[in-house]
Design a protein. Structure first.
Length: 319
């Protein structure tokens, strides 16, 4: 009896040992799997951090190179600023005196005059060398010199008894027209006043003067040429007729003046480059005929790329 009891007890102990061993092995396996998952998560996190580190390292190298460039540019800019400052100190109160030709139409032809303005030499120099004059406190499209020109033209017309909406606009455009045509010069309006310029420079100057005077005006392009278009409250009566191109002074009928319609408004066309005054509404030159017949005309400023709703260019186009 005692031997059987001992055997049973031994079997029970063996079973308990085996059950405990199974439980231990399962716990160890679960712990191993948990550690394995944790290891994979840490490995992925490590790889992600390593990737971010490499990205930051590359960004650092780029920034470091950019910093070197900026430091070199800063040194160069500081040197130039010193040179410019010395030049401006040398220029002092010196100025450029301009005698600008101006013209206005009347029944028997044109009245010509001259207005005189002074441009500080330091201001002209800054416009010449600075790509962005506004950084220096200059506004190239609202410069006091431009306002002075507009007032001088207004005073001249009043003195001559010729002041009205149409002739005021023509006189302002003539300031740009009668400047020298210079392919290597021009730029900001004040530069163009001193150096002359190409069609774009002159058109820009004319538009700026007209806008300061209160006119609604745009820059029009066809081919590689640029002209001005200005809105008037009534059709112009001093648009030149075809006889002008054959040496005869004649005014065309108001309904024959050249214009475009843009955003529901009429803008009368006028050349910005001409050795002689061309009045608002006058037929443009021969180079314009083909473009206007085809309607190949667009706005350059301020509605870049827009096309006119209508082109009135008799006898070549009226639609």
């Amino acid at each position: 009896m005692g031997r059987r009891l001992a055997v049973v007890v031994a079997l029970l102990l063996l079973m308990l040992f085996m059950i405990g061993n199974i439980i231990f092995e399962r716990s160890r396996h679960e712990a191993y799997e948990e550690l394995k998952r944790a290891y994979k998560e840490l490995l992925n996190e490590h790889l992600e951090l390593l990737s971010r580190y490499n990205g930051l390292k590359e960004a650092y190298e780029v920034l470091k190179a950019r910093f070197g460039e900026l430091r070199a540019n800063y040194s160069e800019a500081w040197f130039r600023a010193g040179v410019y400052w010395k030049a401006l100190m040398f220029l002092g109160n010196r100025s450029i005196t301009l005698r600008l030709k101006v013209a206005a139409p009347y029944e028997e032809g044109f009245k010509f005059g001259v207005i005189e303005v002074k441009i500080p030499l330091w201001k002209y120099a800054l416009y010449k060398v600075c790509g962005n004059p506004k950084r220096l406190g200059l506004d190239p499209y609202n410069d006091t010199v431009l306002y002075e020109i507009v007032e001088r033209v207004r005073e001249w017309l009043i003195h001559e008894g010729l002041f009205d909406e149409e002739r005021f606009a023509n006189a302002l455009v003539s300031i740009a027209q009668l400047l020298p045509y210079n392919k290597s010069r021009g730029g900001w309006p004040v530069e163009t006043l001193v150096d002359g310029g190409v069609c774009w420079d002159k058109a820009q100057l004319a538009v700026v003067l007209l806008r300061i005077a209160g006119y609604d005006t745009v820059i029009v392009c066809y081919g590689d040429h640029t002209v001005v278009a200005v809105h008037l409250s009534r059709p112009p009566k001093f648009a030149l007729g075809l006889g002008y191109y054959h040496g005869r002074l004649e005014w065309c009928e108001p309904e024959d003046a050249w214009y475009i319609v843009l955003r529901g408004k009429k803008y009368y066309l006028v050349q910005s480059t001409s050795p002689e005054p061309h009045t608002i509404g006058t037929m443009l030159g021969r180079d314009a005929i083909g473009y206007f017949k085809k309607g190949d005309v667009h706005i350059d400023w301020p509605y870049y790329g827009e096309r006119p709703e209508k082109i009135h260019a008799p006898p070549y186009r009226d639609e």
